[in-house]
Design a protein around this ligand. Structure first.
Ligand code: GLA
Length: 507
């Protein structure tokens, strides 16, 4: 705004002499930093900065979002109109931006394949608009001592998969109530985790503020604790989170203290905005910083690393204080996404151990994009993988068949087995995969999966499992003991289905 004053003043004065109505910008004045602020609906705004350089009819520049800065292509300006694109025409997901000068603003329409056009109004911003804060050098590495938490994989619920930006305090309370009423708490689901979009800015002392969806985080934590549950929260090591909300950059110690004062029990820490300041190689040091900050609060806070499995995080996640670390990009509620993620978790299996878990992302069970058979496969696979079990559906209205999947105590017992040994793929033959893990008491869990489109008739030899010599079999989904494991065991597995057994030694 300060930049605009002299020009506005000049035009107003000039207008007084020659009868001009309002200070209109001209095409030649397009050069500059233009800021569009789109309301998020919770009192916060998502800012996009368009950096425009006009030279004749050619327009160059970049688009700055909270977690990225991308130069645009094919920029042209003609009279009051201008246009540019996020990527060349060969990219099927490119966005075309069509702008028009309107008074002292520009109106920009985003044209994207398969989505409705979106319009935003941008105003000339200060020279600082969209610029990064100064880069704070990553700290020297050291090992963060184990916090002693998450001896079995964390279980609970997270808001993101189902609610995205619409999560609010009333919904979190109602979810907590539901977890008590429907028996999930008693089945082991304890963490109630608020994901992205709770944040506002900071006060003058740098303290993180909640937006109007979460008027009182301490009162919410008290309520959740009163229900015998624990409360989780979300942030980013960058200036902004993935959804463009305030991150913890430069405020790690203060934010950790604020979480502890609120009574927070779990932090998911999502790389996103940090990518604008740091290289992937800096990840261990940057995560260590928050690992130290959480530890310094002396409150037991589970530390969840979310950086999409980059940099072989399973090799260093425990050293930076992490209790779990995402191993992949985001899951979606469909068979292709879930099975691609779930069946790709073999290689880093041996790195999981009590206190430190591979996290193939939150559950989609009950969100509607898969069949009951596929959701049973999802649950079975995650249990075999000793994955965190964070339900991601609306627990206020959960159908009985979905609840019976999430709250199946036999499957949960596999996931929560105290040995903490993640399953490995012991055999794969076309669409059929067999995964197995050792359990406490010389027991084993075995899953026979069918990734194909037709029923599979599978013959399993006890040698395939290296489990010959007397095991009682329990069919986990049928809740039934089904005799002894035979030397040659035959089973039919439906398309996208699973046969899941617990094998207990006879002697
Ligand atoms: C990333 C994470 C998701 C979720 C969103 C929130 O995409 O991987 O799990 O936390 O950010 O913006």
């Amino acid at each position: 705004m300060t930049q605009m004053l002299p020009r506005t003043l000049a035009l107003v004065l000039l207008g007084g002499f020659v009868g001009l109505a309002s200070p209109a910008i001209t095409a030649s004045e397009l050069t500059g930093r233009w800021v569009a602020r789109v309301p998020n609906g919770d009192g916060t705004f998502r800012e996009t900065v368009f950096v425009l350089n006009r030279s004749g009819s050619t327009l160059t520049g970049s688009i700055i979002n909270p977690s990225s800065e991308q130069p645009f292509v094919e920029g042209t300006a003609d009279g009051d109109m201008f246009t540019f694109a996020s990527a060349p025409a060969t990219n099927p997901r490119r966005t075309i931006y069509r702008g028009v000068i309107a008074g002292d603003e520009v109106t920009i329409t985003l044209v994207r394949p398969g989505r409705p056009d979106q319009q935003m109004t941008a105003r000339r911003g200060p020279d600082s608009a969209g610029r990064l804060p100064e880069r704070i050098p990553p700290p020297a590495r050291h090992a963060v001592p184990d916090n002693g938490l998450a001896r079995t994989p964390p279980m609970g619920w997270n808001s993101w998969n189902r609610f995205r930006g619409s999560i609010d305090e009333a919904t979190v309370r109602a979810i907590a109530d539901a977890m008590v009423a429907n028996g999930m708490r008693d089945a082991g689901y304890v963490y109630v985790n608020i994901d992205d979009t709770w944040e506002a800015g900071r006060d003058s002392s740098g303290r993180i503020l909640t937006n109007r969806k979460f008027p009182d985080m301490k009162a919410l934590a008290d309520y959740v604790h009163g229900q015998g549950l624990k409360l989780g929260i979300y942030s980013s090591p960058g200036p902004f989170t993935c959804a463009g909300y305030e991150g913890s950059y430069g405020h790690e110690a203060g934010d950790a203290r604020t979480y502890a004062a609120w009574g927070i029990d779990y932090l998911k820490y999502d790389w996103c905005g940090a990518a604008r300041l740091y290289a992937d190689g800096d990840m261990p040091a940057i995560y260590q910083k928050m690992g130290d900050a959480l530890r310094a609060t002396r409150r037991p806070i589970v530390f969840s690393l979310c950086q999409y499995g980059r940099q072989d995080v399973w090799n260093w996640g425990a050293d930076v204080g992490g209790n779990l670390w995402r191993t992949t990009g985001d899951i979606a509620d469909n068979w292709e996404s879930m099975s691609r993620i779930g069946f790709s978790q073999d290689e880093h299996g041996p790195l999981a151990k009590p206190g430190h878990w591979n996290d193939p992302d939150m559950l989609e069970i009950g969100n509607g994009g898969m069949t009951t058979t596929e959701y049973r496969t999802h649950m079975s696979l995650w249990a075999l993988l000793s994955a965190p079990l964070l339900a991601g559906n609306d627990l206020r209205t959960v159908a009985p068949e979905i609840l019976s999947i999430l709250a199946n105590r036999d499957v949960i017992a596999i996931d929560q087995d105290p040995l903490g040994r993640q399953a490995r793929r012991v055999k794969s033959d076309g669409d059929v995969e067999i995964w197995a893990r050792p359990l406490a008491g010389r027991a084993h869990a075995v899953g026979v999966f069918n990734r194909g489109d037709a029923t599979a008739h599978v013959t399993i030899r006890c040698e395939d499992l290296q489990l010959c010599g007397g095991y009682h079999m329990r069919d986990v989904w049928a809740h039934a003991d089904v005799g002894m494991l035979a030397a040659t065991q035959s089973v039919s597995v439906p398309s996208h289905g699973v046969e899941l057994w617990r094998l207990t030694p006879a002697r």
